[in-house]
Design a binder for this molecule. Structure first.
Ligand SMILES: Nc1nc2c(ncn2[C@@H]2O[C@H](COP(=O)(O)OP(=O)(O)O)[C@@H](O)[C@H]2O)c(=O)[nH]1
Ligand SMILES: [Mg+2]
Length: 222
């Protein structure tokens, strides 16, 4: 899966070194390539198993935080992962099989304000159930937040629940392009200080800043 490439330019704008967008092992020139990405299944019920039992990486987050966009930017197939013009519309967890080697699982968002309270609670319960007792445990959970907005009350609840159930957790501060370029690195560090031991990666599904570091992080759990 690891491909050495002399052309592995970091995505996005150049940043000063020692910033949270840079991968930790740049010298290795690791650049995971996604050469195959296909929709495998969408589920509303609780069966997270797949026939091939390949490892799963879960993408969770509030509605509209950019889960689908992040997966679309990683796979380079924006059409594969439908991003919603009507946020909060997706209720399926969608499985994308990558390189015939692992799955990225795009979860329905939680906390969508325009849903009824009952519907919101149902969704949150469903995600809690997944974290506690799903038949397949993900190798890691990438919690997508809006990097400009920061961690919301519901995100905190989710973070606590993810930690209580001893999952590997990484927070993706997405939409970082909305923060002025001079303030981006600091914004990510601010969020990092809030969550202490959980790692935070800055990201933009729009400009693909942070893509290399995110690839590496995903790969480290496979
Ligand atoms: N500026 C900006 N907009 C983004 C980014 N990621 C997603 N969006 C937008 O945010 C909205 C919600 O994205 P979507 O991927 O559907 O969110 P989801 O509900 O979490 O799957 C869409 O209008 C996206 O175009 C990003 O990195 N930067
Ligand atoms: Mg989505």
């Amino acid at each position: 899966m690891r491909t050495k490439s002399p052309n592995c330019e970091p995505a996005g704008e150049a940043m000063p070194s020692g910033n949270p967008f840079e991968s930790k092992s740049r010298s290795s020139y690791i650049n995971m390539k996604i050469f195959k990405a296909e929709f495998a299944k969408g589920i509303i019920g609780g069966d997270y198993s797949t026939k091939d039992n390949l490892p799963q990486i879960a993408f969770l987050g509030r509605s509209n935080s950019g889960k689908s966009s992040v997966i679309g930017s990683l796979t380079g197939k924006k059409d594969l992962v439908r991003t919603s013009k009507t946020p909060g519309a997706t209720i399926e967890a969608n499985f994308f099989r990558i390189n015939d080697a692992f799955y990225l699982v795009d979860f329905p968002g939680y906390g969508f304000a325009k849903r009824s309270v009952a519907a919101r609670n149902r969704m949150i319960k469903r995600i809690f159930w997944y974290l506690e007792e799903s038949n397949v445990r993900p190798k890691a959970i990438f919690l997508i937040i809006d990097g400009e907005v920061g961690i919301t009350k519901l995100d905190w609840e989710m973070i606590r629940h993810i930690n209580d159930n001893k999952h590997n957790l990484i927070i993706i501060a997405n939409k970082i392009d909305k923060v002025a370029s001079t303030k981006r690195a600091n914004r990510v560090l601010e969020i990092q200080e809030e969550v202490k031991e959980v790692q935070v990666l800055g990201y933009s599904a729009k400009t693909e800043q942070g893509k290399e570091a995110l690839f590496e992080k995903i790969e480290s759990y496979l």
